[in-house]
Design a protein around this ligand. Structure first.
Ligand SMILES: *Cc1c(COP(=O)(O)O)cnc(C)c1O
Length: 493
């Protein structure tokens, strides 16, 4: 009999099936779920690339999420990608002059998080079938995950969702997107602090004995919609293959040619999915990690020292304002020879001292694949302007960070830039970059940009204009656990 590919924690042997991993989100020892055999049986590229996006999803998921039936996967795929995206290709490849750009923002909330967060609730609902538990999702967001998760989980059966975001550290449109969210199973709360504070406290709630006891009594499973959940990570692998397929079909590459991807990065989820695609057989040479002024990842990839003890910068690419990149742990696990002990030691150092240093051998392996760079605010503004002047293409600030970093490298393979958000989510800064005075009103700004870029305002964003505000609560970080316990009962009544 074939050994079933169980998932287990990066920090130890705690093992579970894909469905269990999706319901649980994070391992009990604080580690992240990984699957050791990712690179054992590579995908046959030329056959795989014949599939359309939905078929790729189903074939890839069957491999990685083996306890879902084909019927279940079909239903999940249809529900997630049937009609939520405004482009049939889901993630279309466009060109700004000669630069290939994979647009990941054609989903309902105009950020790349939609690709995964349209799918995660479907996977979770199927995993709950036949069980008596309910699920309470708690999620920290630096701006985009929150809305995409709320929208994906709205009115899902037996699932409640609570989103924490850092007060004053998301764009006004991002705030409105969350504060106006509809649904009887949703709640949104701002915290006094930054994203890392929100995320560490969410992680602490998962570890808390008090919360655990309370939720067990109520048959509630705590889970997360952050990219630490494999149900969020795995859907993101698909678009790397979809990008390759479009490059091939447009005659830009031959079958089997190596390509690079440049990825604007915060929590390391998106770029990790690219690394997973490589492990699964996609011909990827380099992955370029693009950071903003919070360049903890760029420093790490250059030196092998991860050090979060540094000032936190508020930038115009807020979804990347992160100093603790959770998903890096998974990459470290694969790169250090799948040694849980090593990973555990590094993560203890991070928790206790905010810093760790990896060994030379692991660093060399990482540097063979991962390149990196960073882009400050002034350079981000300049890049949006430069690209527009050169090609009439308007990009959002996160994408511009990637674009700037990409230009620092002259690689022999074609490099695909991932575009992670619609410029309409960050209209005010984009208009400033284009040297146009923004109107006072955010929605007039959208109209200004629409005329200039000659493209339509995403429906979901313009509709915010007329929606009532439902959530205005702000609390201290220290009150998050109590808040979660109260809200869970209310939302899952
Ligand atoms: C979340 C986000 C990122 C960072 O993605 P990670 O997976 O956290 O690295 C980049 N750009 C935008 C617009 C985002 O919403």
């Amino acid at each position: 009999m074939v050994q079933q590919p169980y998932y287990h924690s990066t920090r130890g042997k705690e093992a579970c099936t894909p469905k269990e991993a999706i319901l649980q989100g994070i391992a009990r020892d604080g580690g992240l779920f990984v699957w050791d055999d990712l690179d054992q049986d590579p995908i046959k590229l030329s056959a795989f690339l014949q599939y359309d996006y939905q078929q790729m999803v189903q074939v890839l998921f069957k491999k990685l999420l083996w306890d879902y039936t084909e019927e279940e996967l079909k239903e999940c795929t249809l529900a997630a990608y049937g009609d939520h995206f405004d482009d049939v290709l889901i993630t279309p490849l466009v060109f700004a002059k000669n630069q290939p750009i994979l647009e990941l923002f054609h989903g309902p909330t105009s950020a790349f998080k939609d690709v995964a967060l349209c799918m995660l609730p479907q996977l979770m609902t199927k995993a709950l079938k036949g069980k008596q538990e309910k699920v309470m999702i708690i999620t920290a967001t630096s701006g985009d995950t929150g809305k995409a998760a709320l929208s994906g989980f709205q009115d899902a059966d037996r699932i409640g969702i609570l989103v924490f975001y850092p007060e004053g550290k998301v764009s006004n449109i991002q705030r409105l997107q969350m504060a106006t969210q509809a649904g009887n199973n949703v709640d949104v709360c701002a915290i006094r602090g930054n994203f890392d504070d929100a995320q560490s406290n969410v992680k602490a709630i998962f570890q808390s004995e008090g919360a655990k006891r309370l939720f067990e009594e109520e048959h509630i499973v705590l889970s997360s919609a952050n990219s630490i959940n494999i149900g969020r990570l795995i859907p993101q692998i698909v678009y790397y293959f979809a990008a390759y397929k479009q490059m091939y079909e447009q005659g830009k590459i031959q079958m089997g040619d190596l390509v690079n991807f440049c990825v604007p990065t915060g929590n390391f989820g998106n770029v990790l999915a690219g690394y997973y695609a490589k492990l699964l057989g996609l011909p990827v040479r380099h992955l370029i990690v693009a950071a903003n002024e919070n360049k903890v990842l760029d420093d790490f990839l250059r030196t092998g020292v991860y050090d979060r003890n540094r000032p936190f910068h508020k930038t115009i690419s807020p979804s990347m304002d992160i100093l603790i990149s959770s998903n890096l742990e998974r990459m470290l696990y694969y790169m250090c020879g799948k040694d849980s002990k090593k990973v555990n030691d590094w993560m203890c150092d991070l928790a206790n001292h905010g810093r760790y240093q990896i060994d030379e051998e692991t660093l060399a392996k990482i540097q063979d694949v991962f390149l990196s760079g960073y882009c400050d605010n002034a350079q981000t503004f300049a890049e949006i302007h430069r690209v527009y002047e050169e090609s009439n293409y308007v990009m959002d600030p996160h994408t511009a960070v990637g674009s700037h970093v990409l230009r620092q490298y002259a690689l022999s393979e074609p490099t695909i830039l991932l575009s992670t958000a619609s410029p309409f989510k960050f209209t005010r800064d984009v208009l400033c970059a284009l040297q146009i005075t923004p109107a006072d009103d955010d929605f007039q700004c959208m109209e200004q940009l629409s005329r200039l870029a000659n493209c339509k305002i995403p429906k979901g964003l313009y509709a915010l204009k007329d929606l009532p505000i439902r959530f205005e609560q702000v609390i201290d970080c220290t009150d998050m656990e109590t808040y979660v316990c109260e809200k869970a009962k209310e939302l899952l009544k």
